[in-house]
Design a protein around this ligand. Structure first.
Ligand code: GLA
Length: 682
């Protein structure tokens, strides 16, 4: 079954509305409703006074209508009686200020008092509903860490000390790892250690990095506490919580190991011409977090949200296009926030499946159309997406470290990764994300974008990948720090200097007015010729080659002639190093060359168009505001019609059973690579 539905908040509406809700859900093809996310106050209006009667009615009603229930643990926002009696539950900011009530998610999920009350509620829900036939999954909390990513109060201080004891064992090792000889920071006991609260000037970088690790672990621990209760009640029911794509406060690689399936909330800005790339990157990250297994789009909007400075409506078809993008890239369901548009509260201007404009609206027509289409496509559930040939490393520790204060220049890790991802997306190359220590041998090329923190294991893994035939492209700031946020022993890149055949003498970032250009024509072999050109951003490094060839050099300026891009055959593979912060066209130039040399295939889809294969189906999606014609012989999976040429109106989608003679990916890889390069040089 494909999930289709959304957050359902009947507690915010009079009972009279519920029957209409269910009838309209059936009309829209809804298969699952997420119930109870913010219902704590209705389920337990006073301490220990539980009221499940209304929820019984809701769940029974959905079940009778054949709609499954993804039941939330309702712990995403504690009710006022709890915080009034126990203010220690309210989260504390780095400045020491406590949050107040009147919104949502103002609590510290690690607070022992909060845990007592939350776990008690979860226990009651588990006891009552764990064997209800409507239950298809448990939905723990909601977007952990979104409102309050970190807590800095006394209880978190105590938990941090416990975490540090487990990590370091002795105070000597902690003092050593944190370099506390600097600025008189040496600790005489674990009790003296504090959370990474506000400090007058630069905080200890190792302490700050450990607080990110601890904070991420603390969010996971709160999830784990509730999941354990649910699991004990009925191990057959899958448990998840909604992730938020590349969300800095939580290391989702770790968290993905804990859930039964990963799910994501994703809200591309409809007004952003690159919103589809934003979406694709998150779909690919979720598929990677899921280890290639299906994942779920737990929340998206049918149209506008309420939380941007300008909340644009989706254009006709845009919601459908983005939904199919998720299905094509591995989602086994499309869910929305929310079922019925709110009449009150802070989200009243947020779109919903059933808008306040009612069933005469375009949104409703699109919602019912998609529901019925997905009903017809449910055979795709569980099928794998075609294997990606390229991976980009995504590393939360590097993200935390590279954006710390007192670095050589301000960097934006996600923006840098996005730039390289976008260039690959525009080239029609499907991408996985991976960790630096993952087995990368299945990928023809791997990108390490400012993977700043590298362990010895990670460096050995990356080196082995290249020696065994991989094409590794690393960019500035890779391997600058060790896992304790200290300078890498032996200098930037550590042992990877051998892999790349270079040494980095100095980093040399510069302001925008002083940025050089690079230009190079590369002739690697008869088939592989290309050009890398364009301005570079803030980042530059002074690189000395010790075996690599400088394939692109900096143009006029103080770095003139210094290597900007180097290439180093190492074992059976190639180590590329990019010391410059390339802009998108420069990234694309280089990637065309790397892809051609590594034999990476491309869909050659025009800009703004995606073609992705999943299971037996090919999805062609036009995210542009202009029509497009594609030569894609096959049979339309929605209409059954045979096609040779697909004409896609703006935001239109084709789902095809491809003709066997022209299945994407069936072409000779080398020929596809040559195409890729020609497209670049034409
Ligand atoms: C998040 C939350 C939802 C809702 C939406 C609005 O995704 O999980 O409860 O607030 O944002 O876009």
């Amino acid at each position: 079954m494909l999930w289709y539905g959304g957050d359902y908040n009947p507690e915010q509406w009079p009972r009279e509305v519920w029957a209409e809700d269910i009838a309209l859900m059936q009309r829209a093809g809804v298969t699952v409703a997420t119930v109870g996310v913010f219902a704590w106050a209705k389920l337990e209006p006073a301490d220990g006074a539980f009221d499940f009667a209304w929820l019984d009615d809701v769940i029974d009603g959905l079940h009778e209508a054949g709609i499954g229930v993804d039941l939330a643990t309702a712990t995403a926002s504690p009710p006022p009686w709890l915080t009034a009696a126990h203010p220690d539950v309210l989260a504390v900011e780095a400045s020491g200020r406590r949050w107040s009530i009147g919104s949502r998610a103002h609590h510290n999920p690690g607070s022992p008092t909060f845990r007592y009350y939350a776990d008690r509620l979860v226990g009651k829900l588990a006891e009552r509903y764990a064997h209800h036939p409507a239950l298809v999954a448990w939905h723990v909390g909601n977007e952990f860490g979104n409102e309050v990513p970190r807590d800095y109060g006394a209880e978190s201080a105590a938990a941090f000390r416990t975490w540090l004891r487990a990590r370091y064992g002795t105070l000597e090792r902690l003092n050593d790892a944190w370099g506390t000889a600097f600025w008189s920071q040496q600790y005489g006991s674990f009790e003296e250690v504090q959370p990474a609260r506000d400090t007058p000037t630069f905080p200890n970088p190792a302490q700050a990095l450990d607080y990110e690790r601890f904070g991420s672990d603390a969010l996971i621990a709160a999830y784990r506490a509730e999941a354990a209760i649910l699991r004990a009640a009925n191990p057959a029911i899958p448990i998840t919580t909604n992730f938020m794509g590349p969300f800095k406060p939580a290391d989702y690689w770790k968290w993905a190991q804990e859930v039964d399936f990963v799910s994501d909330d994703c809200y591309p800005d409809p007004l952003d011409p690159e919103g589809h790339i934003y979406g694709a990157m998150r779909r690919d990250l979720l598929r990677s977090l899921a280890g290639g297994k299906p994942w779920l789009l737990m929340e998206q909007s049918t149209s506008a949200v309420n939380w941007r400075p300008i909340n644009g409506a989706k254009r006709p078809g845009q919601m459908r296009a983005l939904s199919y993008q998720a299905i094509a890239r591995g989602a086994d369901g499309i869910m929305f926030f929310q079922w019925r548009q709110a009449a009150r509260g802070a989200e009243k201007f947020h779109s919903a499946m059933l808008p306040s404009a009612g069933t005469g609206s375009r949104i409703w027509r699109e919602v019912t159309q998609l529901g019925h289409e997905l009903g017809a496509l449910e055979g795709i559930a569980g099928t794998p997406v075609e294997p990606a040939q390229v991976a980009i490393l995504f590393d939360w520790e590097s993200w935390w470290a590279v954006e710390q204060k007192a670095m050589p220049a301000r960097t934006d890790y996600l923006a840098a990764v996005t730039e390289w991802y976008s260039a690959l997306h525009e080239l029609g190359v499907l991408v996985d994300f991976a960790r630096p220590t993952d087995d990368l041998s299945g990928y023809r090329a791997v990108l390490a974008v400012s993977t700043t923190v590298l362990s010895d294991d990670a460096m050995h893994n990356l080196d082995r990948y290249v020696r065994e035939g991989g094409h590794l492209v690393a960019t500035y700031l890779t391997g600058v720090l060790d896992p304790a946020a200290g300078l890498m022993s032996g200098g930037p890149l550590g042992s990877l200097t051998e892999t790349f055949g270079i040494e980095i003498d100095e980093v040399s970032p510069r302001p925008p007015v002083d940025q050089p250009e690079i230009r190079a024509r590369l002739g690697l072999s008869v088939e592989v010729v290309g050009e890398v050109a364009g301005p570079v951003g803030v980042w530059a490094e002074i690189v000395r080659t010790t075996g690599a060839s400088a394939v692109a050099r900096y143009g006029p300026g103080d770095l003139e002639g210094s290597p900007a891009i180097t290439r180093h055959p190492h074992g059976r593979g190639i180590g590329w190093y990019v010391s410059a912060e390339l802009e998108r066209p420069g990234c694309a130039d280089l990637l065309r060359i790397v892809a051609a040399e590594a034999g990476v295939s491309s869909t050659n889809a025009p800009p703004g168009v995606e073609i992705v294969r999943r299971g037996d189906l090919v999805f062609a999606i036009n995210h542009r505001i202009t029509p497009v014609r594609l030569s894609l012989p096959g049979r339309d999976a929605l209409t059954g019609a045979a096609t040779n040429v697909v004409e896609l109106a703006p935001f239109d989608v084709a789902v095809l059973h491809p003709s066997s003679s022209d299945e994407p990916g069936a072409d000779d890889d080398r020929a596809r690579s040559a195409d890729l390069l020609q497209a670049s040089t034409a």
